[in-house]
Design a protein around this ligand. Structure first.
Ligand code: BES
Ligand code: ZN
Ligand code: ZN
Length: 512
């Protein structure tokens, strides 16, 4: 679908469906001014009859009876213009999604959107991003395995915004780019684990890197990982017939030409080395501590952290951070094959710490421990890990909200601020130091499950903390929001959500 910003007049726009976004409180008379008089009257009457007050997501549809080039007008409510930027952005995403859904329902090829003249708190760039994301992400479907469609569905060809602010146009472009990253992450997670193996994750990383000379990939396979001392990934993957990989994808910014450097908000940022670490369990059966079948049903999603990292890398050369970004993915399968790790086994992580494995289903922290140690070895200065790590995080925050914990409050705060702007929900949990003792083992440095009953999301994060040293680090537990059992909002349909891409991209852009 093409997104276009055009100076065309509303009553001349050759689109089949015309959506008009309206703030609550703006007199409707003003909003409908562009319509022929007869339609204005009908619209005002209908708005009274249906009590349309432009509440968020409220809609009013009106046939034009041939009085305009469009056959249908849809008014979509945005709520009050006095809300915060993040609230307005969310309502814009929802309104864009609603416009797309209605236009698709009527099999329109072209959709036109009229935006309010004045938006109080939201920048034009953020407006453009929200519009693009609402439209594109709401239209996502994972159709690959439906070879016989019920009936061919016409795809929306283009959406025309009757709004041409230059910053808005830039925002539209950026919103399209970010949506591409989200969609790749969704596609990778929706793919069954029989297809989306560790090899396939590696192949995806290589394909991404091939597209630009600013990105490169190196990787270690199962036997190399074993030899090199990546005891976590080696242990978790040993019960599986699939290979395992530590995937290291690297983005290096273009060298700056002498004298002609772009202005950076923060010169320091140029020297920064950030790592994004993804849990890439392409299937988590639980291993010998096998999961009950209803818990195992959806465990192809256990690579959603890795998918988010790859989604981000797929668009990074268009985002162009001024600093190095390293994607480190621990990709393997957790299976109960004959060689599988057993409860009671002791393993050694890359940084030489030993772990007594008491539950083979707490595998994410073992592979992440290797990835975190590796990042520290690479002299990374800031680490963000993204992982479907614990069911306990779902118990704490529910399906829609990710947990965040870290050893550096500024990094956590910045990520939370980025998530608000990006429209993803994350909430901080405390990294309670007194819980650390519940991870003590009698025979090793650590045990992989804690002795306490509750607080599983926190103790999992405390386990990870043992492997980051002093490096500023934040951990996103996305076990809940990685997958939408039912649609979360208008632009996150049921299935893989691509969670994390929007927040991290916003964060990276903010420090640029
Ligand atoms: N991959 C799971 C966590 C998970 C649960 C992700 C639900 C997505 C949805 C993880 O490896 C796991 O099994 N964690 C255990 C840890 C426990 C054994 C300490 C859990 O949360 O039950
Ligand atoms: Zn598990
Ligand atoms: Zn897992």
């Amino acid at each position: 679908m093409k997104l276009i910003a055009d100076t065309i007049k509303p009553n001349q726009a050759k689109v089949e469906v015309l959506a008009v976004f309206a703030f609550k409180g703006t007199p409707l008379k003003q909003i409908v001014k562009f319509m022929p008089v007869a339609l204005q009257a009908e619209c005002l009457k209908l708005s009274e009859q249906t009590k349309f007050t432009a509440k968020p997501k409220q809609t009013l549809t009106l046939a034009t009876h041939g009085l305009l080039p469009s056959f249908l007008i849809i008014l979509i409510g945005l709520g009050s213009n006095k809300q915060s930027a993040s609230e307005i952005a969310e309502n814009i995403r929802e309104a864009s999604a609603a416009a797309m859904q209605t236009a698709s329902k009527y099999q329109a090829n072209k959709l036109g959107i009229i935006l309010p003249d004045k938006i109080n708190n939201l920048s034009q760039s953020a407006l453009g991003q929200a519009c693009a994301q609402g439209l594109i992400l709401s239209n996502y479907k994972f159709k690959k395995y439906k070879k016989i469609p019920k009936k061919p569905e016409p795809e929306m060809q283009e959406t025309v915004f009757l709004h041409t602010n230059a910053k808005f146009k830039q925002g539209l472009k950026l919103g399209q780019i970010v949506s591409k990253g989200v969609i790749l992450a969704r596609d990778l997670v929706n793919e069954p684990s029989g297809e989306m193996t560790p090899d396939k994750l590696l192949k995806t990383a290589k394909l991404i890197a091939q597209k630009s000379n600013l990105t490169s990939v190196k990787s270690f396979n199962k036997s190399e990982l074993k030899k090199l001392g990546f005891g976590g990934i080696a242990a978790v993957s040993q019960g599986s017939g699939e290979d395992a990989h530590l995937i290291h994808i690297k983005y290096k910014p273009e060298e700056r030409k002498n004298g002609k450097t772009e202005k950076l908000k923060n010169r320091e940022a140029e020297k920064l080395k950030i790592a994004l670490i993804g849990k890439g369990l392409t299937f988590d059966s639980g291993g010998l501590s096998i999961k009950p079948s209803d818990y195992m049903e959806n465990m192809k999603i256990d690579m959603a952290g890795a998918a988010a990292v790859l989604g981000i890398f797929s668009i990074l050369t268009q985002i162009k951070p001024a600093f190095e970004v390293h994607g480190i993915i621990a990709a393997c399968e957790n299976m109960p094959g004959p060689q599988a790790i057993k409860p009671g086994d002791v393993i050694k992580i890359k940084n030489s710490k030993t772990v007594e494995i008491l539950n083979t289903d707490a595998e994410g922290r073992l592979v992440l421990a290797d990835a975190l140690s590796y990042a520290v070895e690479q002299k990374i200065e800031r680490i963000i890990d993204i992982a479907t790590l614990t069911g306990a995080c779902i118990a704490a925050l529910g399906d829609d909200i990710a947990g965040i914990m870290g050893n550096n409050q500024k990094l956590v705060d910045d990520l939370i601020a980025a998530s608000r702007a990006a429209g993803e929900k994350i909430w901080q949990l405390p990294l309670e130091p007194t819980y650390q003792k519940s991870l003590k083992s009698e025979i090793a440095d650590l045990r992989n499950i804690c002795k306490m009953k509750g607080g599983g999301a926190i103790t999992a994060a405390l386990f990870l903390k043992q492997f980051v040293g002093k490096t500023p680090w934040a951990h996103l537990d996305i076990a809940g929001p990685a997958w939408a059992e039912k649609p979360i909002n208008g632009y996150t349909p049921a299935g893989a959500a691509g969670f994390g891409v929007r927040t991290v991209i916003k964060y990276l852009k903010n420090i640029n």
